[in-house]
Design a protein around this ligand. Structure first.
Ligand code: THU
Length: 132
């Protein structure tokens, strides 16, 4: 992924970070996805008083992408206000892998300014699959 797109994805996620609903953990997360068509979709974490119902930012963003009729995320940014960048949780790895097992994952902390980029293959080498 080119540097300009990486910066753009981080910026787009930072813009919606204040919309994150995280009254229980206090960890705000926003995600921005760029697709093969060059469009960007965003999402934030949405917590619930019944904790297990929490939706992660990445899965919110994937839902926005699919709702818009798209199927191929090339890169997924995960931006947080936690001390350090956070990687997608296991469930989010599997959900991203459904659409692209080789998506680039860009992690960024607005607090530390640290940025980490890895390929989803490194985070989830063997996703569950029913087809192919
Ligand atoms: N969270 C995400 O949004 N994405 C992840 O991949 C990991 C965790 C959120 C869920 C919860 O609202 C907060 O971070 C703390 O777990």
């Amino acid at each position: 992924m080119d540097e300009r797109t990486i910066q753009k994805l981080i910026e787009e996620a930072v813009k919606v970070l204040p919309n994150s609903y995280a009254p229980y953990s206090g960890i705000h997360v926003a995600s921005a996805i760029v697709t093969d068509k060059g469009n960007i979709y965003r999402g934030v974490n949405v917590e619930n008083s019944s904790y297990g119902l929490t939706i992660c930012a990445e899965r919110s963003a994937i839902s926005a992408m699919v709702t818009a009729g798209e199927r191929k995320p090339l890169a997924v940014a995960v931006v947080t206000d936690a001390e350090h960048p956070i990687p997608p949780c296991g469930a989010c790895r599997q959900v991203i892998a459904e659409f692209n097992e080789e998506a680039e994952i860009i992690m960024y902390s607005v607090k530390s300014g640290e940025r980490i980029i890895v390929n989803l293959r490194e985070l989830l080498p063997s996703p569950f699959k029913l087809r192919g």
